[in-house]
Design a protein around this ligand. Sequence first.
Ligand code: PXP
Length: 253
Amino acid sequence: MRRLGVNIDHVATLRQARGGIAPEPVVAAGIAELNGADGITVHLREDRRHIQDRDLDILMQTVQTRINLEMAATEEMIGIATRLRPYSVTLVPEKRQELTTEGGLNVLGQREALHNAVSRLRDAGILVSLFIDPDLAQVRASKQVGADAFEIHTGTYCEAFHAGKQVGVLGNVPVLREEMGKIRVAASYGKNVGLKVFAGHGLDVRNIVPILELPEIEEFNIGHSIIARAVFIGLGAAVREMADLIHGAPLSR
Ligand code: PXP
């Protein structure tokens, strides 16, 4: 079955807006799990703008599914990951000024450093995924540096989907067709070379539908749209509807 990893960073964003104790990300993780999430994803950023070290410590003790830790490949983060040993780590590029992760990791341009980071994390028993754009050169480089998996950055596709929503899904919006094509090729190539294929960024209950037709993608990491819908329909319902969509779509063997 395909998996939904619920990213709870934005629960922490809301808490940090007041610097207080609510809402508690650990409670969000429990509700997500009770409503069909197959894993909990958090991004521990260098500037600690949302998730705090304390959140990760408590999640490590309480999450009953799997924790996927998104992080930059820095010494500090590799130290934290190898000490706590979450189920998986997703290496992402990180810039202080960005609102969210903009674009994928340039694996090709930093093969040596990433090979080293991937080896250290894998030696600690952690599954390692690299967050990359749907670009064959980056998929190949991900295989070369020894990653177990790659997560396709679906941000550009999602923006094109949003821009094209009044002209029909995958209708005559060239960027959308082009992005969908890139994702399709990257997913199929990646699976063929023995990598696990994941996807995430900007996905919501509507734009995920065409992506679910690609049977190679086994895991989706989704945050903002679920937390945004939770404001209106509740977190349990928002997780449940996404989990039902993902679990209902067949996965290739
Ligand atoms: N996957 C990765 C690697 C990310 O960096 C993010 C954003 O933190 C997501 C998935 C989730 O993106 P969104 O919040 O837009 O669903």
